[in-house]
Design a binder for this molecule. Sequence first.
Ligand SMILES: Cc1cc2nc3c(=O)[nH]c(=O)nc-3n(C[C@H](O)[C@H](O)[C@H](O)COP(=O)(O)OP(=O)(O)OC[C@H]3O[C@@H](n4cnc5c(N)ncnc54)[C@H](O)[C@@H]3O)c2cc1C
Length: 529
Amino acid sequence: MKPSHAIIVSTCIIGASAVRMGVNTTDFEAFGHTLGLSESAIQSLENRYVWAYTSAGVLGIACLTATFALQPDKVDTAPINQTVVEVNWSESCWDEPHCVIQPQSADDVSKSLRIIDFFEVKFSVRSGGHSPNPGWSSIDDHGILLDLAKLNSISISNDLTYASIGPGARWNDVYLTLGGREVVVVGGRVPSVGVGGLILGGGYFFFSNQFGLAADNVRNFEVALASGAIVNANATSYTDLFWALKGGGPNFGIVTRYDLYTVPTYEIWVQQSLYSIDQAYDVLAAFDEWQLNGAADAKSFVTLFFTLNHAVVGLMYSEPSPRAPDVFAGFLNLIPLQTVVPSSNLTFSAVTQLLSAAFPSTRGRHDYRGCSTRIDAQLNREVYAAWREKALAVHEVTGANQTFAIQHVGANMARQGALKGGNPLNVPSGDMQWWTTLIDWEREEDDELVRSVSIETTDLYEELSKERGLDLPFIFMNDASQDQNPLTSYGSENILRLKDISKKYDKKQVFQKLQNGGFLLSKVQGTEM
Ligand SMILES: Cc1cc2nc3c(=O)[nH]c(=O)nc-3n(C[C@H](O)[C@H](O)[C@H](O)COP(=O)(O)OP(=O)(O)OC[C@H]3O[C@@H](n4cnc5c(N)ncnc54)[C@H](O)[C@@H]3O)c2cc1C
């Protein structure tokens, strides 16, 4: 890890330490001035930098520089506060970084990026930390964690047409704050999830079939680029970057603010029921009936997932209704074990509170995984049966809990994306379903066995759907596990375009080379960077 701009005249060993001689003082001072450091701070850092010849030493200087440039309370060095480490949803991501930088403004993010670039140190960016993929929004002591938790402001424009939201906010706070003005944005369904990563991966919402993905409803991204420049990408400025950020992942910069259009819904009809697992095939049949017929009414949405013990069904309609809308008829003949939320018209804030109670954060190791196919009831029955058998067997050995969830994607979702300016996802046209799962387990030694259930499930969906002409290549980034490559499914044309945009705005490819993990363009084979 040698800064290319530092002229190393010679390195001599004094005792156990290596000394970097002849650091280019002009470069170092110019760099220090761009950060607004005092002469004495620059001198002090430079003196230490001369002595830092190991990668840990350089990291230490990078963290110290951040302490000077951003103020000490924004930089946490060893011993790192464990509550900050344990923010990540999955324990498999609980790594202790060399230091944690907690920016409080876009300018702080810009300075952090300039420090990372200058010292060429590894980094990760974390908003809500809900990616379960180790190293995506976590990093060990070989790098710096940029924790955006304090960039969490939420405000609404005077005319109520858009909300400005910091990446570190959680959807719970977003919906409760916007509820005060009776507006809703397209975002995440589980309230504890973070804003930053969800939108960069697309963002599938209850009413995405009506309004498009969260990313489709972005009015403006404020982004700190690798150079430290802060730009606004929207429909009239940095338009290529705007398109790329609408689902292109963590490849282009750090988004420091999302301006999201509000959508015309607030009071909605809901009902939630819990069914016995013995009713699983009846519930699945009702769901597929809705997918194939009822879902043509894009105001309707069904949340469906199976745990090992129950089937959970949430019905929603994006406007009030005196009774269950007819599109849900298939569910109304089923007798639930428990009606968790009876047929009601509720504000979206009230729905958010119910969802927060229904989805408490669970400790442990976690994963998710995804695939997509055309809709077919027989296909779903067969894969569900295979999943359940395997998931039960693995539960016996490991205690792991897993879910089997199907997310309906109507043709209107991709149409909305196109109408709102387009995105890079290349979602196939027509109706489809995105399968996914949430997995919880305890022990690291069970990682492989537990993950084998979801891997075999996506493999089976792929195999059977190919045999039956129901296969689709699309993998949704926000459901993708560490070994999947959702960007590949965006298609070679979009990948080439994304790579061009990445090179245009990140000339040194800081986000590809120094970022610790993530769904990175550099990992997409076959199209050169
Ligand atoms: C319980 C649960 C429910 C979920 N529900 C939904 C859902 O309804 N819809 C949906 O679409 N997805 C859903 N997801 C998936 C979720 O969108 C992803 O896990 C997403 O990455 C979470 O965002 P985050 O900010 O918490 O992630 P993080 O783990 O903080 O970040 C994820 C990735 O984005 C990068 N990143 C984060 N913020 C920024 C930024 N500001 N600038 C640049 N890069 C950044 C990180 O470096 C990392 O690579 C759910 C996940 C869970 C665990």
